[in-house]
Design a protein around this ligand. Structure first.
Ligand SMILES: Nc1nc2c(ncn2[C@@H]2O[C@H](COP(=O)(O)OP(=O)(O)O)[C@@H](O)[C@H]2O)c(=O)[nH]1
Ligand SMILES: [Mg+2]
Length: 360
C-alpha cells in the first residue's frame, strides 16, 4: 500500500489501512508524517479518554467493560494500550480476558468491526511517546471512531502524560492504595477528571472513596484560603464590596466548574461501569458547554507545536553543515566564545539561512 492508498483506505473504514498507518507513524517513517498531514482535517471529532493508574489496579478490565457498554450505546471505540514494559500484542490484551471470562462478550468485541485495539510499547522511545500516542489517537479519530480510549500505566511516572492526549482523564485506584504520600507524589490528585476506586469487592473501598473525596475538596478549600490571603496582602483596606463581588463571581464560576466525581467499581463483574460511562458522557458535555474542551486542546496544541518546532530546529542545526554547529562547539571548548553567544549566533544563522515562508 502506498500513502495514497493508505489515506484513502483509512478514511473509508479499511482497518488494514489504519493498522499500516499506525505502524508507519509509530516507527517514524517519513510516510507517517505525510499521512498525518493528509488526514488532519478529518480529526477532532472523537472523544479521547485516558485511563491511568498503577499496574494491576484493573485498567484493562475497565477498558474492556467500558468498551462493551459504549458499544451497547451505539458508539464505536478505538483502544490504545501504552505499555512501558513488555510489548504485548492487541491479541494478548484481550487474550487474558478471553481466558478469564471463558466464552464471553470479549470474543465478540475482538471480532467487532466497531472496535479496534492497538498496543504501543514505550520501550526505547522515551520522550517521543506522548507525541506518537497523540498521532495514533488522531489516526483513530480520522478513521471515525466515536471514542478513543488510551490506557497508560502509572501517573506521573510514565512517559505519556495522559493529560497531553485526553479530553477526559480517568485515574484508577484500588482500596488501600490510600498511601497519601505516594499518591500525592504521583500528582494523581491534579490529573483526574474522574476517579475510579476499583476492586470494591476487596473491602476498604468506602474508606478510600471518602479519603479521595476529602483530598479533592481540601484542595479547593486551600485554593480559596490562599486567594483570600493574597487579596489581603495586596490591599490593606479590603473593600467589602470588592470582596462580595469576588465571592459572587466565584460562586458563579463554581457552576461552570467540574468537581471530579469518585466512582466505585468491581470491574470484573461490570459493577459501576454504567455509572462510569454516564459520568464520562457527562464530562464530555461539560467540557463542550463550558468551553474547557477548546481551552484544553489549545494548551495541548501550543505545546505540540513548540515541541515540533524544537525538534525541527535541533535536527536542522545538527544536520545543516553551513550552520557550523561543530565548529561553534569546538570554539566553546577552546574558550574562544561563550555558549550563550554561540547559541545566539547559530540561531541568527539559522533564521537568515533560509527563505522562510511565513504565510499561513
Ligand atoms: N477482585 C477484583 N479483581 C479485579 C477487579 N478488576 C480487575 N481485577 C483483576 O485484577 C487483575 C489486574 O487487572 P488488569 O485489568 O490487567 O489491571 P491493569 O494492570 O491496571 O490493566 C486481573 O487479574 C483482573 O482480573 C475487581 O473489581 N475486583
Ligand atoms: Mg493493563
Amino acid at each position: 500500500m502506498d500513502v495514497d492508498e493508505i489515506v484513502r483506505g483509512l478514511l473509508n473504514g479499511n482497518r488494514r489501512a489504519l493498522a499500516r498507518a499506525i505502524t508507519l507513524v509509530e516507527n517514524d517513517y517519513p510516510e507517517g508524517k505525510d499521512i498525518m498531514k493528509r488526514i488532519f482535517k478529518k480529526t477532532g471529532k472523537a472523544h479521547v479518554i485516558g485511563i491511568t493508574g498503577f499496574p494491576g489496579v484493573g485498567k484493562s478490565t475497565i477498558v474492556s467493560k467500558l468498551t462493551q457498554e459504549f458499544r451497547m450505546r451505539g458508539k464505536t471505540v478505538g483502544i490504545i494500550a501504552v505499555d512501558p514494559g513488555s510489548p504485548f500484542s492487541g491479541g494478548a490484551l484481550l487474550g487474558d480476558r478471553l481466558r478469564m471470562d471463558g466464552i464471553d462478550v470479549n470474543k465478540r468485541l475482538w471480532l467487532d468491526s466497531g472496535v479496534f485495539f492497538r498496543s504501543m510499547s514505550s520501550r526505547g522511545k522515551a520522550g517521543g511517546l506522548s507525541a506518537k500516542t497523540g498521532d495514533v489517537v488522531r489516526l483513530m479519530d480520522a478513521f471515525g471512531f466515536n471514542l478513543v480510549i488510551v490506557e497508560t500505566v502509572g501517573a506521573g511516572q510514565s512517559e505519556v502524560d495522559i493529560i497531553e492526549v485526553a479530553d477526559t482523564s480517568i485515574v484508577v485506584l484500588m482500596p488501600e492504595t490510600g498511601d497519601d504520600i505516594q499518591i500525592n507524589k504521583a500528582g494523581i490528585l491534579e490529573i483526574g477528571d474522574i476517579y475510579v476506586v476499583n476492586k470494591a469487592d476487596l473491602g476498604g473501598a468506602e474508606k478510600t472513596v471518602k479519603w479521595l473525596k476529602s483530598m479533592l475538596l481540601l484542595d479547593d478549600e486551600a485554593v480559596r484560603i490562599l486567594e483570600k490571603m493574597d487579596h489581603g496582602s495586596h490591599n490593606e483596606s479590603v473593600n467589602d464590596e470588592i470582596l462580595t463581588d469576588k465571592l459572587e463571581k466565584k460562586a458563579k464560576d463554581a457552576i461552570d466548574r467540574w468537581i471530579p466525581p469518585v466512582i466505585m467499581t468491581i470491574a470484573d463483574i461490570g459493577e459501576g461501569i454504567k455509572e462510569l460511562a454516564d459520568t464520562i458522557e457527562k464530562h464530555r458535555e461539560f467540557m463542550e458547554k463550558s468551553g474547557m474542551l477548546k481551552k484544553r486542546r489549545t494548551v495541548r496544541v501550543s505545546r505540540e507545536l513548540l515541541d515540533l518546532i524544537m525538534e525541527d530546529v535541533k535536527s536542522r542545526i545538527i544536520n545543516d553543515t553551513s550552520l557550523k554547529f561543530e565548529e561553534f562547539v569546538n570554539r566553546v571548548v577552546e574558550n574562544e566564545i561563550d555558549p550563550h553567544t554561540a547559541a545566539e549566533k547559530i540561531i541568527e544563522k539559522l533564521i537568515f539561512s533560509k527563505n522562510s515562508d511565513t504565510t499561513l
